[in-house]
Ligand binder design. Structure first.
Ligand code: CAA
Length: 447
């Protein structure tokens, strides 16, 4: 039995903050920090009537409509988020409630839940759904996995540069049209305090350390994966989507992964004439001296033609959407997968049968690596997305408007939804519609 992702939908927040033109000048910073350093051009934000439920429900609704599904076809709804507003009732119940407004039938016989482990919980939810189908507990039904986040940082936190908001809905099913998931996985996991939200909306983050932890856990996960399948070769994969808090992070992770995976291979030998062989720890008296030499080798490696050709073919395409939307936390690696496939489709490539190495990460911290095989129906699935239109239609915020939007979505702010005019008009979508008698958030479908 093949099990994997049958279809995807992506929903961006409807507002856009231009990082180079609008944010950088207001912060007194050089735009190059965003476009060249972090690799980001814009962030997506939710309009005042949008949140993690509306974005998730709107993505799931389009997916179900496009695939001709009814509630009875779905046996499971898993939501992954770092932005939940309810410590008991899962976001999946709110999303199911939305969808039941527009479909005949209900999701009363679907198992619902919510997963938490920072950004990696999107991939963990895929795993849960995959295992449920492989175990034969699905009764022929599919699973909806929705990764949805409003990734906001406190004003003037260093992370403010990498914000974003959006949702990815994925349908996990037998005989998938998009990708088959491999059963093999590698993990790198440790108790870390690099990024966390202890009973608070905005993260406490040690930005520079979080980057080191990302790289360390990713390296562990690759080594664990290799302990199952033997050495991996980066040039065996057509695309390598990484968790993308910002493209600059992926630039580092890809270089580290390539260096690790090509050590003691013919690639290292071929590159040796140009940049020498990789430094080995035993050749140095101290960790510091070794790290310095390894850093210099990595700089030379990333300048080499061979590496640059690999990077622009296998990694750069996965950043195409992320550069325009920022970090979507749980959805981020899934946006990278879609971005890579979308560029391949635009370039007329035939990827059917090709393999991707998907590298997920969540702070706190855990990395996971698995492979996916691209299926024959991939091009049709990706062609059905309307993400270009959504990106194009976003409302461009001024800096003052951005400040208002940040306040509206700040749970501790006195500024409420009713204090700020919406910037866009809802059109055939779920919207936030105020609070109910028990403090629950309420939603309506606007036709
Ligand atoms: N032209 C070109 N490049 C420039 C530049 C200019 N004018 N000005 C700065 N840069 C470069 C810098 O050299 C730097 O690049 P390198 O790291 O390659 O040297 C880059 O732009 C960023 O500049 P700074 O380091 O000065 O930026 P910063 O101090 O404001 O912080 C950050 C960057 C730590 C990533 C911060 O945005 C942050 O805290 N982000 C949130 C945490 C995060 O995303 N961590 C990633 C790993 S954790 C994770 O992945 C989980 C998750 O989703 C949160």
């Amino acid at each position: 039995m093949t099990v994997g992702i049958d279809a995807v939908e992506i929903r961006t927040g409807k507002l856009r903050l231009d990082l180079a033109e609008t944010f950088a000048p207001a912060q007194g910073e050089d735009p190059g920090k965003y476009t060249k350093g972090l690799g980001l051009y814009a962030s997506s934000f939710p309009d005042v009537y949008e949140d993690i439920v509306t974005m998730g429900a709107n993505a799931a609704h389009r997916l179900m409509d496009r695939k001709g599904l009814e509630p009875r076809d779905i046996g499971r709804i898993d939501v992954a988020t770092e932005s939940a507003f309810d410590n008991s009732k899962p976001v999946s119940t709110y999303i199911a409630g939305c969808l039941e407004q527009v479909y005949d039938g209900d999701f009363h016989h679907a198992n619902k839940g919510e997963r938490k482990f920072a950004c990696i919980s999107g991939t963990q939810s895929l795993d849960d759904a995959y295992n449920w189908i492989r175990a034969g507990r699905n009764r022929g039904r599919a699973a909806l996995v929705i990764a949805t986040d409003t990734a906001l940082y406190a004003r003037d936190d260093s992370g403010e540069a990498t914000q974003g908001a959006g949702a990815v809905a994925m349908l996990l099913a037998e005989d998938p049209d998009l990708v088959e998931l491999s059963p093999e996985q590698g993990y790198g996991s440790a108790d870390e305090t690099d990024f966390l939200k202890p009973q608070q909306q905005f993260p406490s983050v040690d930005g520079k350390r979080s980057m080191q932890v990302y790289l360390a856990r990713m390296r562990e996960a690759i080594m664990d994966y290799e302990s199952v399948l033997g050495p991996i070769h980066p040039e065996d994969y057509v695309l390598i989507p990484f968790h993308t808090p910002f493209p600059g992070m992926v630039r580092r992770a890809a270089a580290l992964g390539y260096r690790h995976a090509t050590r003691d291979t013919e690639v290292e030998e071929k590159l040796a004439a140009e940049i020498g062989r990789q430094p080995r720890r035993e050749e140095f008296d101290s960790d510091e001296a070794y790290r310095e030499a390894a850093g210099e080798y990595t700089d030379d490696l990333t300048e080499s033609d061979r590496y640059q050709e690999w990077y622009s073919r296998c990694v750069e395409p996965t950043l195409s959407i992320s550069r325009q939307v920022g970090n979507w936390y749980t959805g981020s690696v899934h946006v990278a997968r879609i971005g890579g496939l979308k560029v391949a489709l635009e370039n007329g490539e035939n990827l059917a049968g090709g393999r991707m190495l998907v590298c997920s990460y969540g702070s706190g911290a855990q990395a996971e690596v698995h492979a996916e095989t691209i299926q024959a129906g991939w091009a049709e699935e990706i062609a059905a997305l309307d993400i270009d239109d959504q990106l194009e239609d976003r409302y461009d915020l001024t800096f003052e408007e951005y400040e208002q939007v940040h306040d509206v979505h700040n749970h501790d702010s006195d500024i409420g939804v009713s204090d700020v005019e919406q910037f866009t008009q809802p059109d055939a979508e779920f919207v936030f519609d105020g609070w109910g008698r028990m403090g629950e958030r309420k939603y309506t479908y606007v036709g």
